[in-house]
Design a binder for this molecule. Structure first.
Ligand SMILES: Cc1cc2nc3c(=O)[nH]c(=O)nc-3n(C[C@H](O)[C@H](O)[C@H](O)COP(=O)(O)OP(=O)(O)OC[C@H]3O[C@@H](n4cnc5c(N)ncnc54)[C@H](O)[C@@H]3O)c2cc1C
Length: 434
């Protein structure tokens, strides 16, 4: 029998160092911390790095702005002067076919644009906002171990001086990103073998850019057995990355592999013709995984630590932030009411987050299906219209979109071997994905 939690204002609350300890200060952890602090709870974030720190994942989605507004951050983000993103271009490897997707064809302001951000600054802004909201933020603090229990957990923290100390919390939110600290520790992290990818990326100065409203569109180029992103950032910087099957990178350095990938794309080669690489080439595992449970005795997973999704549709930051907010609100409600904290109380968290991540996985899988890609080059196809909310970050799909998605996935399965969507690309310009 689990005893009820002491209310935050009761003397028993003193036995805890904080109400909720958060592992990781990325978008998921910072959002959880700021929401908990605004709800009057004691939230401590342990972040192993010193911010600002470089992070991949620069392209945001318009529907994330609803959350930014709830956090009083939308105007602040706008004032940073990040490049505005009004849509996307889908481009064949040779650049011969380019389909333009503008958010404002489907949505009105404020969902007509998002931003292409430098994540070092964006994540730092979120973490500082958590601090200003009243959260206890501890950078250069690494979580080494956690002893979990439904009625309070103890974390082993390594501080900047290398010394360990214990930290008692009523509840733990793991927002450790791809490190997925708890899911690994609990043995519940499940890799998704058919999405075994690696990403190579860097920043370039002086790349060819579009003009006017289209300057900030993200471009997705469909290469041979790979796809590329090009994201225009401030100060004439272009973030360029390639996601390729892990097995295709057999030898050579990351620099050589990225150069080889760019050379394999006439479109990207042209964009980067006069550009200079101004950052080392980074690599990241884009190997999708999902935890078997997102909630357990004394813990919840938020953001990438729950599920890492192939980044093709730029969903990561938004799902991270939304899951951080949702976890924080549910915990705050129960802790403030002095109610016991049991995993079954948070079933709706698990259900909702799983619905988002499962839909994303389905669409990502469909993306790697050869029958799906012609859609991006067939603007008159109704499916693109139905997918527009998803591309803009509206994960709570309406009935019509849900019906369409269900039908679409069914057809993909049924017509595995037949081309039911006419491919407008000329022979030879067709991308094959493994
Ligand atoms: C190649 C690639 C491209 C991407 N492109 C996009 C994009 O364009 N748009 C988009 O929205 N998303 C993109 N993503 C995904 C996006 O970057 C992530 O989804 C997002 O950062 C998730 O936020 P998070 O807070 O869950 O994790 P993170 O941002 O990774 O933050 C986790 C934090 O936890 C800290 N940490 C880890 N372990 C510990 C520990 N033991 N103790 C203390 N701290 C710890 C880390 O230092 C880190 O700061 C991309 C991802 C990849 C790999």
């Amino acid at each position: 029998m689990i005893s009820p939690m002491p209310r935050p204002d009761s003397p028993d609350a003193e036995s805890f160092d904080c109400d909720v300890a958060i592992i990781g200060g990325g978008p998921a952890g910072s959002t959880a911390a700021m929401v908990l602090a605004r709800e009057g709870l004691r939230a401590t974030v342990f972040e192993r790095e010193k911010f600002p720190r470089f992070h991949v994942g620069e392209s945001l989605l318009p529907f994330n702005r609803d959350l930014l507004r709830r956090l009083d951050l939308d105007d602040k983000v706008d004032q940073f002067g990040w490049v505005r993103k009004y849509g996307a271009f889908f481009v064949t490897n040779d650049g011969g076919l380019q389909h333009q997707f503008d958010f404002d064809e489907y949505f009105k302001s404020p969902h007509d644009h998002a931003w292409e951000v430098e994540r070092a600054e964006f994540d730092d802004m979120l973490l500082r906002h958590a601090e200003e909201s009243g959260a206890d933020v501890r950078e250069e603090h690494h979580i080494r171990a956690v002893n979990l229990a439904a009625n309070g957990s103890t974390l082993t923290v390594v501080g900047p001086d290398g010394k360990e100390f214990p930290w008692r919390a009523r509840w733990v939110i793991d927002a450790s990103g791809q490190a997925s600290f708890l899911a690994k520790k609990l043995g519940i992290r499940k890799n998704i073998p058919d999405l075994r990818k690696v990403a190579l990326y860097s920043h370039y100065k002086g790349a060819k850019r579009r003009e006017g409203k289209h300057e900030g569109h993200i471009t997705l180029t469909f290469g041979e057995q790979r796809w590329f992103w090009s994201i225009p950032l401030r100060d004439d910087i272009m973030s360029v990355g390639c996601v390729v099957d892990r097995d295709r990178w057999e030898s050579g350095t990351a620099e050589e592999m990225l150069d080889e990938c760019v050379a394999s794309s006439p479109y990207l080669s042209d964009v980067l013709e006069n550009a200079e690489r101004v950052r080392k080439v980074h690599t990241a595992s884009a190997f999708s995984f999902q935890a078997k449970s997102y909630v357990g005795d004394g813990w919840m997973l938020a953001g990438d630590s729950a599920a890492f999704l192939d980044p093709i549709f730029s969903t990561g930051v938004q799902i991270g932030m939304e899951s951080g907010e949702m976890a924080a609100l549910m915990l705050a409600k129960r802790i403030k009411a002095g109610k016991p904290l049991r995993p079954e109380m948070f079933k709706s968290y698990e259900k909702k987050l799983r619905k988002w991540t499962d839909t994303c996985f389905k669409i990502i899988r469909a993306y790697y299906h050869p029958q799906f890609q012609p859609l991006f080059f067939s603007p008159k196809q109704r499916p693109v219209k139905h997918m527009a909310p998803f591309f803009a970050g509206q994960f709570n799909l309406g009935f019509r979109s849900r019906f369409f998605f269900g039908l679409f996935f069914f057809l993909l399965r049924m017509l595995e071997r037949r081309q039911f969507i006419p491919d407008p690309r000329p022979e030879g310009a067709t991308a094959h994905h493994g």
